[in-house]
Write a protein that binds this ligand. Structure first.
Ligand code: GDP
Length: 265
């Protein structure tokens, strides 16, 4: 198999000096010191596991013979989806938001896992199912665009409404450009279905600190004022630098019921 990229594992991150380490493991926390006094940072720290918990979650994402992590199958219709046997999470977002890069980063400690991309125009968009041992499944939903064909919208809607083992939906938003019109359509759909979701800001290595702060505060405010089902803490990630990837693995492990408790750190 391929070698894991640097910083894919916590053990590598722990060798960095302290402030760099914080920036990688808790990217939101890194931003805190640049906020105006009085800014509400409570939503920054709702999910803040300690090292032992982060390591336990990482072990789930590391494959070995007794713990295979595999691509299972693709489906274009719900009746082609694998049986809903395990707790499941799904990842949705606009085309080009960085979804395949993020899923590749999450699975970088299982280099045999192939995250397929089907971007060719006209190529059928599919839901791709991955199985993480006997613990959970992760679904890569097709990217939506402003010209998403109706059958695609119906597939995503049917999945979100009918999938009873779905524990959480991860809505990816570009951290450089913030919420776009199509993201609002996705939010409205998730709100209408009343299912729990969380927003993940991607490509944070590309945004200046000022721009990232602006986008974080705006989206956080939007979530507070306009949503019921969205977790108030945003997750910031860079699939290039691996920032936020370890924390996101931990949150996935948590929402799929695979961490006994998450202690405060
Ligand atoms: P998808 O269509 O949502 O699956 O998006 P991709 O994962 O293919 O990413 C779209 C583009 O953004 C590609 O050129 C990636 O290299 C780039 N990209 C994705 N994630 C990141 C990131 O975290 N940082 C940077 N700098 N670029 C990224």
């Amino acid at each position: 198999g391929r070698a894991s990229p640097p910083l894919a594992a916590l053990s590598q991150v722990l060798r960095l000096e302290r402030s760099r380490r914080t920036a990688i493991v808790f990217p939101l926390q890194k931003l805190e010191r640049y906020l105006a006094p009085g800014t509400d940072t409570a939503p920054f720290r709702l999910f803040q596991p300690g090292l032992a918990t982060l390591q336990r979650a990482e072990a789930l994402f590391r494959s070995d013979r007794g713990h295979p992590i595999d691509y299972v199958s693709s489906a274009v219709r719900m009746d082609h989806a694998p049986p809903p046997a395990l707790p499941e999470v799904c990842f949705i977002g606009r085309s080009n938001v960085g979804k395949s890069s993020l899923i590749r980063a999450l699975f970088s400690l299982a280099p045999e896992v192939e995250v397929r991309v089907s971007k060719t125009p006209g190529h059928t968009k599919k839901m791709n199912f991955f199985k993480v041992g006997k613990y959970f499944t992760l679904v890569d939903m097709p990217g939506y665009g402003y010209r998403a064909p109706q059958d695609f919208v119906e597939m995503v809607e049917a999945y979100l409404q009918e999938r009873h083992n779905l524990k959480r939906t991860f809505l990816l938003v570009d951290g450089v450009v913030g919420l776009q019109k199509t993201d609002h359509i996705a939010v409205e759909m998730l709100e209408e279905f009343g299912i729990p979701y969380v927003m993940v800001l991607t490509k944070i290595d590309r945004a200046s600190r000022g721009l990232l702060l602006k986008n974080v505060l705006e989206i956080q405010e939007f979530v507070k004022e306009n949503t019921q089902g969205c977790f108030p803490q945003l997750f910031l990630v860079s699939s290039v630098e691996f920032s936020g990837v370890h924390l996101l693995r931990c949150f996935v492990a948590h929402v799929t019921g695979n961490l006994p408790t998450v202690e405060a750190s």
